[in-house]
Design a protein around this ligand. Sequence first.
Ligand code: SF4
Ligand code: SF4
Length: 209
Amino acid sequence: MKKYVIPVIRILFLALFIFLVTNGKMMLWLGLFALSLVVAVLFGRVYCGYVCPMNTVMITTEWLSKKFKWQTDKTPKWLQSGKFAWVALVVSIAVMIFAQRVLKKNIPVLLIWLVVSVLVTLRYKPAVFHNLICMFGPLQKIFGKFAKFSERVDKPNCIGCKKCEKVCPSAAIAVKKDKKAEIETSLCFQCTNCQQVCPTDCIQYTKEF
Ligand code: SF4
Ligand code: SF4
Protein backbone atom coordinates (compact mmCIF):
# COMPACT_ATOMS: atom_id res chain seq x y z
CA MET A 1 0.00 0.00 0.00
CA LYS A 2 1.32 3.49 -0.89
CA LYS A 3 2.39 5.54 2.13
CA TYR A 4 -0.14 8.33 1.61
CA VAL A 5 -3.14 5.96 1.40
CA ILE A 6 -3.34 5.33 5.16
CA PRO A 7 -3.37 9.05 6.15
CA VAL A 8 -6.02 9.73 3.47
CA ILE A 9 -8.24 6.93 4.84
CA ARG A 10 -7.83 8.32 8.35
CA ILE A 11 -8.69 11.87 7.33
CA LEU A 12 -11.81 10.70 5.43
CA PHE A 13 -13.05 8.81 8.50
CA LEU A 14 -12.26 11.82 10.72
CA ALA A 15 -14.36 14.01 8.39
CA LEU A 16 -17.19 11.43 8.49
CA PHE A 17 -16.99 11.34 12.29
CA ILE A 18 -17.22 15.14 12.60
CA PHE A 19 -20.11 15.22 10.10
CA LEU A 20 -22.10 12.52 11.93
CA VAL A 21 -21.49 13.83 15.44
CA THR A 22 -22.22 17.47 14.61
CA ASN A 23 -25.45 16.37 12.88
CA GLY A 24 -26.68 14.39 15.90
CA LYS A 25 -26.00 11.00 14.27
CA MET A 26 -23.68 9.66 16.95
CA MET A 27 -25.55 6.32 16.94
CA LEU A 28 -24.45 5.72 13.35
CA TRP A 29 -20.84 6.03 14.41
CA LEU A 30 -21.44 3.65 17.31
CA GLY A 31 -22.98 1.22 14.80
CA LEU A 32 -19.78 1.45 12.76
CA PHE A 33 -17.83 0.71 15.92
CA ALA A 34 -19.98 -2.36 16.66
CA LEU A 35 -19.33 -3.62 13.12
CA SER A 36 -15.61 -3.07 13.64
CA LEU A 37 -15.63 -5.59 16.49
CA VAL A 38 -16.74 -8.33 14.08
CA VAL A 39 -14.11 -7.17 11.59
CA ALA A 40 -11.48 -7.34 14.36
CA VAL A 41 -11.99 -11.09 14.75
CA LEU A 42 -10.98 -11.57 11.13
CA PHE A 43 -8.63 -8.71 10.29
CA GLY A 44 -7.50 -7.29 13.63
CA ARG A 45 -8.09 -3.88 15.16
CA VAL A 46 -8.28 -1.97 11.88
CA TYR A 47 -10.84 0.37 13.47
CA CYS A 48 -8.12 1.64 15.82
CA GLY A 49 -5.49 2.02 13.13
CA TYR A 50 -7.55 3.47 10.28
CA VAL A 51 -11.02 4.59 11.40
CA CYS A 52 -10.73 5.93 14.95
CA PRO A 53 -10.79 9.77 15.00
CA MET A 54 -8.91 9.78 18.29
CA ASN A 55 -5.99 7.86 16.83
CA THR A 56 -5.92 10.25 13.86
CA VAL A 57 -5.76 13.43 15.95
CA MET A 58 -3.29 11.78 18.34
CA ILE A 59 -0.76 11.26 15.54
CA THR A 60 -0.39 15.03 15.03
CA THR A 61 -0.59 15.64 18.76
CA GLU A 62 2.25 13.23 19.42
CA TRP A 63 4.36 14.98 16.81
CA LEU A 64 3.78 18.28 18.63
CA SER A 65 4.45 16.70 22.02
CA LYS A 66 7.79 15.34 20.81
CA LYS A 67 8.76 18.56 19.03
CA PHE A 68 8.26 20.66 22.16
CA LYS A 69 9.71 17.92 24.40
CA TRP A 70 6.51 17.63 26.47
CA GLN A 71 6.35 13.85 26.16
CA THR A 72 7.32 11.71 29.13
CA ASP A 73 7.93 7.94 29.26
CA LYS A 74 6.08 7.71 32.55
CA THR A 75 2.61 6.23 33.03
CA PRO A 76 0.47 7.57 35.89
CA LYS A 77 0.35 4.93 38.65
CA TRP A 78 -3.41 5.12 39.09
CA LEU A 79 -3.88 4.02 35.47
CA GLN A 80 -1.56 1.04 35.54
CA SER A 81 -4.12 -1.56 36.64
CA GLY A 82 -6.00 -1.07 33.34
CA LYS A 83 -9.39 -0.86 35.10
CA PHE A 84 -9.92 2.80 34.21
CA ALA A 85 -10.79 2.03 30.57
CA TRP A 86 -13.63 -0.29 31.69
CA VAL A 87 -14.93 2.38 34.06
CA ALA A 88 -14.74 4.90 31.19
CA LEU A 89 -16.77 2.56 28.96
CA VAL A 90 -19.52 1.98 31.54
CA VAL A 91 -19.74 5.66 32.55
CA SER A 92 -19.81 6.85 28.91
CA ILE A 93 -22.65 4.46 28.01
CA ALA A 94 -24.59 5.45 31.17
CA VAL A 95 -24.19 9.17 30.38
CA MET A 96 -25.37 8.68 26.76
CA ILE A 97 -28.45 6.67 27.82
CA PHE A 98 -29.33 9.10 30.64
CA ALA A 99 -28.96 12.13 28.37
CA GLN A 100 -31.15 10.61 25.65
CA ARG A 101 -33.87 9.01 27.77
CA VAL A 102 -34.15 11.49 30.66
CA LEU A 103 -32.83 14.82 29.40
CA LYS A 104 -33.93 14.19 25.79
CA LYS A 105 -30.57 15.58 24.66
CA ASN A 106 -27.50 14.29 22.88
CA ILE A 107 -24.38 14.85 24.93
CA PRO A 108 -21.41 14.73 22.51
CA VAL A 109 -19.58 12.09 24.54
CA LEU A 110 -17.41 11.09 21.60
CA LEU A 111 -16.27 14.67 20.99
CA ILE A 112 -15.38 14.93 24.68
CA TRP A 113 -13.25 11.78 24.27
CA LEU A 114 -11.57 13.32 21.26
CA VAL A 115 -10.50 16.31 23.38
CA VAL A 116 -9.34 14.00 26.20
CA SER A 117 -7.21 11.98 23.77
CA VAL A 118 -5.44 15.16 22.61
CA LEU A 119 -4.84 16.45 26.13
CA VAL A 120 -3.45 13.11 27.34
CA THR A 121 -1.18 12.75 24.29
CA LEU A 122 0.32 16.20 24.79
CA ARG A 123 2.03 14.72 27.86
CA TYR A 124 2.04 10.91 27.62
CA LYS A 125 2.95 8.36 24.97
CA PRO A 126 -0.05 7.34 22.79
CA ALA A 127 -0.07 3.85 24.34
CA VAL A 128 -1.17 5.39 27.66
CA PHE A 129 -4.40 6.63 26.11
CA HIS A 130 -4.88 3.68 23.73
CA ASN A 131 -4.28 0.90 26.28
CA LEU A 132 -5.31 2.41 29.60
CA ILE A 133 -7.86 5.19 29.07
CA CYS A 134 -9.84 4.84 25.81
CA MET A 135 -13.41 3.62 26.34
CA PHE A 136 -13.29 1.67 23.07
CA GLY A 137 -10.05 -0.10 23.93
CA PRO A 138 -11.31 -2.91 26.20
CA LEU A 139 -13.75 -4.28 23.59
CA GLN A 140 -11.28 -3.92 20.73
CA LYS A 141 -8.70 -5.83 22.80
CA ILE A 142 -11.07 -8.73 23.43
CA PHE A 143 -12.12 -9.12 19.80
CA GLY A 144 -8.70 -8.24 18.34
CA LYS A 145 -7.05 -11.03 20.31
CA PHE A 146 -8.65 -13.58 17.99
CA ALA A 147 -7.65 -11.85 14.74
CA LYS A 148 -7.16 -14.45 12.02
CA PHE A 149 -5.06 -12.07 9.95
CA SER A 150 -2.61 -9.76 11.69
CA GLU A 151 0.80 -8.16 11.45
CA ARG A 152 3.18 -10.94 12.51
CA VAL A 153 6.95 -11.29 12.94
CA ASP A 154 8.83 -13.90 10.98
CA LYS A 155 11.09 -14.59 13.94
CA PRO A 156 14.06 -16.30 12.23
CA ASN A 157 14.63 -13.11 10.23
CA CYS A 158 14.34 -10.69 13.16
CA ILE A 159 17.67 -9.18 14.31
CA GLY A 160 16.25 -7.67 17.52
CA CYS A 161 17.09 -4.06 16.55
CA LYS A 162 13.98 -2.68 18.33
CA LYS A 163 13.24 -0.15 15.57
CA CYS A 164 9.70 -1.48 15.47
CA GLU A 165 9.14 -0.85 19.20
CA LYS A 166 9.89 2.85 18.79
CA VAL A 167 7.17 3.49 16.20
CA CYS A 168 4.36 1.37 17.64
CA PRO A 169 1.52 3.59 18.92
CA SER A 170 0.10 0.93 21.22
CA ALA A 171 3.21 -0.83 22.56
CA ALA A 172 1.99 -3.98 20.80
CA ILE A 173 5.40 -5.09 19.57
CA ALA A 174 8.33 -5.86 21.84
CA VAL A 175 11.67 -7.59 21.54
CA LYS A 176 11.65 -10.47 24.01
CA LYS A 177 14.42 -12.24 25.94
CA ASP A 178 15.27 -14.37 22.89
CA LYS A 179 16.07 -11.07 21.07
CA LYS A 180 13.19 -11.60 18.66
CA ALA A 181 10.25 -9.25 18.31
CA GLU A 182 6.74 -10.44 19.02
CA ILE A 183 3.39 -8.76 18.37
CA GLU A 184 0.57 -8.88 20.92
CA THR A 185 -2.37 -9.19 18.54
CA SER A 186 -4.91 -7.88 21.04
CA LEU A 187 -3.03 -4.55 21.12
CA CYS A 188 -2.06 -4.30 17.45
CA PHE A 189 -3.79 -1.65 15.30
CA GLN A 190 -2.48 -3.19 12.03
CA CYS A 191 -1.13 0.29 11.25
CA THR A 192 2.03 -1.04 9.48
CA ASN A 193 4.33 1.48 11.24
CA CYS A 194 6.59 -1.37 12.37
CA GLN A 195 6.55 -3.00 8.94
CA GLN A 196 7.70 0.27 7.35
CA VAL A 197 10.81 0.62 9.54
CA CYS A 198 11.88 -3.02 9.82
CA PRO A 199 15.32 -3.36 8.16
CA THR A 200 14.86 -7.07 7.39
CA ASP A 201 11.24 -6.95 6.17
CA CYS A 202 10.35 -9.65 8.66
CA ILE A 203 6.98 -8.14 9.65
CA GLN A 204 4.05 -9.03 7.44
CA TYR A 205 0.27 -8.96 7.53
CA THR A 206 -0.53 -12.63 7.35
CA LYS A 207 -2.56 -15.50 8.77
CA GLU A 208 0.49 -17.18 10.23
CA PHE A 209 4.15 -17.82 9.54
S1 SF4 B 1 12.41 -3.83 13.36
FE1 SF4 B 1 12.27 -5.88 12.45
S2 SF4 B 1 14.29 -6.75 12.78
FE2 SF4 B 1 14.14 -5.00 14.17
S3 SF4 B 1 13.38 -5.91 16.11
FE3 SF4 B 1 11.60 -5.23 14.95
S4 SF4 B 1 10.91 -7.03 13.82
FE4 SF4 B 1 13.01 -7.43 14.49
S1 SF4 C 1 3.34 -0.58 14.83
FE1 SF4 C 1 3.09 -2.72 14.21
S2 SF4 C 1 2.68 -3.83 16.13
FE2 SF4 C 1 2.35 -1.66 16.54
S3 SF4 C 1 0.16 -1.35 16.19
FE3 SF4 C 1 1.18 -0.85 14.26
S4 SF4 C 1 1.14 -2.76 13.07
FE4 SF4 C 1 0.71 -3.29 15.22
